[in-house]
Structure formats: structure tokens, C-alpha cells
Design a protein around this ligand. Structure first.
Ligand code: FMN
Length: 376
């Protein structure tokens, strides 16, 4: 290994005492590889077989915990017991090289396009006519909210039965947990909204339920992570700023999360509103202050980016970098960083990716972050 990168291969201990042997994680990516009925697909197995050494934590793409929260047809799902055998085979593949298998738990809320396609309905904290949606979501009732919290518990039990090492609660990227925290999306006036404190209730109730089930069924070694988008600012419309996020993050750590994962498009990004005149990740890192490890994703595309990201985080989460080159981490570990591919030019069809994902990427105005070398 090149001495320059040694820091990236130092061990680190999660909140629950589990030791990871390097500073890389694979970022969760929905790869549209599952079967239409939500069972794990052959392309899911292929994708993870190629990528089971891309970090000490390998986080799956979003897995739907509730049928009515299905973001996309062809995403992983964990909303009934029939999904467990496939998830177990997937966990075995992910763990084959000694890395930790983490299942990302997801409810898309208003953005449940898969559920909308199937049932003509999507649910959200509040019934708002959002300009970016073709439909108006239904407002969740108090009982529906309690039932979704229970679904997170059931999903955690299934992840344990499938042999996963942990789960990551997806509280980022405008999905249901974030919708509850956002002042823009949550205009309720009950236990689940109406004040800053109450907008934190749903994400914290989900964390509490997941922790309870994890501890009861698996004990303290089971990892519970939490992923957050550190700000939600759309011009005039401010859902929350990084100053708000750090207050939620404090509670998430108090609630027993074993790591905190920051989702962004650029790990060096400055705040769009509020903040402390420093990169957003720096503010979050200072807030966490070593209580649990932080993961950070966002345009960490080269080994030098990963090294630089360690200024603001403990663990670099790799997304597109390991789509492009599944050997990114193993090449770096063995001093072959010169052999890492940074572009998909000429190789796109040979990287264990599903046809649906490839077509999605090639779509005009694809919502996915772009890939270098992809011939649109
Ligand atoms: C194809 C694709 C699918 C994604 N799916 C998810 C997902 O399921 N859950 C999630 O939290 N983030 C998802 N993301 C965001 C990534 O985890 C990551 O934060 C983002 O790609 C930025 O990192 P990068 O610049 O290293 O790719 C996805 C990104 C891509 C490119």
C-alpha cells in the first residue's frame, strides 16, 4: 500500500463496539435489479458479488419497509417474510470477504412512485400540492403513522433473520423521514408536527423502534446507522438548515445510532442557508465530536478525494466510484491505485448493472448523478 493512503486503512469502532478495518463504506444505491414482486433479483446478486470488497460497511440500496411506501418497482423490499430467503442469500454474498452487510430501510412517502403506480396513492405527512409531483399525496393518519413505525420494527427483525450485520435508517434524500422533519413538507398540527420538536418525533420514533427490535432479537452487535441529508433548501423554501440538522443529529446519537451517515452530492459543499461559514460536513463532524463515527458521501471519486474527505469525516462512502470500478478499494489496498478506472467509457455493459438501471442512466434528464464516460 502507498504510505500516503495508510490513514484510509486504519480501523475504527462503531457506537456499539463493532470494529471496522478501514475507512471506506459502499454508499447505498438503488440499482433497479430486484424482481417486480420485490424479491431479490439475479442482477442484485451479480452486482454485490462484484462489489463485496468496496468498504468495511456495504450498504444495500433502499429496501421498502412498507408496501405503500414503495419508491420504485425493482427496488429491494423487506415488507413481508417471503423476502427473507433472498435477502439472506444477498447478505451471504455481501459478507463473503469479511465486510459488514447493512440493509437500508426506506419508505419513500410522497415520492412512492412504485406504490402510486400500483395503487394510485402515495402518502405524506401533509396533503400538499408539490410542484414537482404529478399527484397530490394523501395525508397519513395517526394510526397509519404508528403502523409504519411498526413496519420499521418488522423490517429490522427480517434483516436480522436474513443474517444482515445491521440496518441503516434512510432519513435522507427527501423521503418519508426527511418529509416529517422538513418545515416545507410537514404542516401538521398534532403529535407529529407543528413545532420543531414535533417534526423530530417521527424520525426519532422510527429509530427507537429499530433499536428496540435490534437489541431484543440480535443484541448489541447489530449495527443501526442513520442517514441524513444535512440541509433542505430550495430557494425561498427552506425545509431545514444545517443548524437545524445538528439538533436532530444530537438526538439521533442520544437515541443510540451506531454511526451517522451524511448524504450529499459534494462532500465539500458549503451551506445554502445558515451554517457557520464552513463546509456543511465540517459543521456536522464538529457536532458529532467523536461520539460515533461519521460516514460522508458525495463526489468522493478518487483516492485523493477520500483522503481529503477525512478532514470532515471518519469514513468515506463511495457511490459512483465503485459503480465505475468495483476494485477501487482493493486496488488501493494493494498499492495499485494507478489501475483504478475513473470512467465507464467502453465498459458500461460489463459492470454487473441491471438493464433497468442502465436505461435509467441513459434517460434524458435522468435524476441520477451522472457518470464520467457514459455516452448518453
Ligand atoms: C444509482 C444511484 C442510486 C442511489 N440510490 C440511493 C439509495 O437507495 N439510498 C440512498 O440513501 N442514496 C442513494 N443514492 C445516493 C448515493 O448513496 C450517494 O449519496 C450519491 O450517489 C453521491 O455519492 P457519489 O458522488 O459517490 O456517487 C443513489 C445514487 C445513485 C447514483
Amino acid at each position: 500500500m502507498n504510505k500516503k493512503y495508510e490513514q484510509l486503512f486504519k480501523p475504527i469502532t462503531l457506537g456499539n463496539g463493532v470494529v471496522l478495518d478501514n475507512r471506506f463504506a459502499m454508499a447505498p444505491m438503488l440499482i433497479f435489479a430486484s424482481n417486480e414482486d420485490g424479491t431479490v433479483g439475479e442482477d442484485d446478486y451479480e452486482y454485490f458479488k462484484l462489489r463485496n470488497d468496496t468498504g468495511s460497511l456495504i450498504i444495500t440500496g433502499a429496501a421498502a419497509v412498507s408496501e405503500e411506501g414503495l419508491g420504485m418497482i425493482h427496488q429491494l423490499t423487506v415488507y413481508d417474510d417471503e423476502k427473507v430467503p433472498g435477502l439472506a442469500k444477498l447478505a451471504d454474498i455481501i459478507k463473503a470477504k469479511g465486510n459488514k452487510a447493512v440493509l437500508q430501510l426506506h419508505n419513500a412517502g410522497r415520492e412512492a412512485l412504485g406504490a402510486y403506480q400500483k395503487y394510485g396513492k402515495a402518502f405524506a405527512p401533509s396533503k400538499i400540492n408539490f410542484p414537482f409531483l404529478d399527484y397530490v399525496p394523501e395525508e397519513l393518519s395517526h394510526d397509519q403513522i404508528l403502523s409504519i413505525i411498526d413496519d420499521y420494527g418488522q423490517a429490522t427483525r427480517r434483516a436480522i433473520e436474513a443474517g444482515s450485520d445491521g440496518v441503516e435508517i434512510h432519513g435522507a434524500n427527501h423521503y418519508l423521514l426527511q418529509q416529517f422533519f422538513s418545515a416545507y413538507s410537514n404542516t401538521r398540527n398534532d403529535d407529529w408536527g407543528g413545532s420543531f420538536e414535533k417534526r423530530m418525533s417521527f424520525p426519532l420514533a422510527v429509530l427507537k423502534k429499530v433499536k428496540e427490535v435490534a437489541f431484543e432479537k440480535a443484541g448489541k452487535d447489530f449495527i443501526v446507522g442513520y442517514r441524513i441529508s444535512p440541509e433542505e433548501v430550495h430557494g425561498e423554501n427552506i425545509g431545514y438548515t444545517v443548524d437545524d440538522s445538528v439538533k436532530l443529529i444530537d438526538k439521533i446519537i442520544d437515541g443510540g445510532a451506531d454511526y451517522l451517515h451524511v448524504s450529499s452530492l459534494d462532500y465539500k459543499a458549503m451551506p445554502s442557508a445558515g451554517g457557520k461559514g464552513e463546509p456543511i460536513a465540517q459543521t456536522v463532524y464538529n457536532c458529532i465530536n467523536g461520539r460515533v463515527p461519521m460516514l460522508l458521501a458525495g463526489s468522493i471519486l478518487t483516492p485523493d478525494d477520500a483522503l481529503n474527505a477525512l478532514r470532515y469525516t471518519d469514513i468515506a462512502a463511495l457511490g459512483r466510484a465503485v459503480i465505475i470500478d468495483p476494485g477501487f478499494v482493493s486496488k488501493l489496498r494493494s498499492g495499485r491505485e494507478d489501475e483504478i478506472d475513473f470512467s465507464v467509457a467502453g465498459r458500461f455493459d460489463k459492470m454487473g448493472l441491471s438493464r433497468v438501471l442502465i436505461d435509467f442512466w441513459k434517460m434524458e434528464n435522468t435524476p441520477l448523478p451522472t457518470l464520467k464516460g457514459l455516452n448518453y
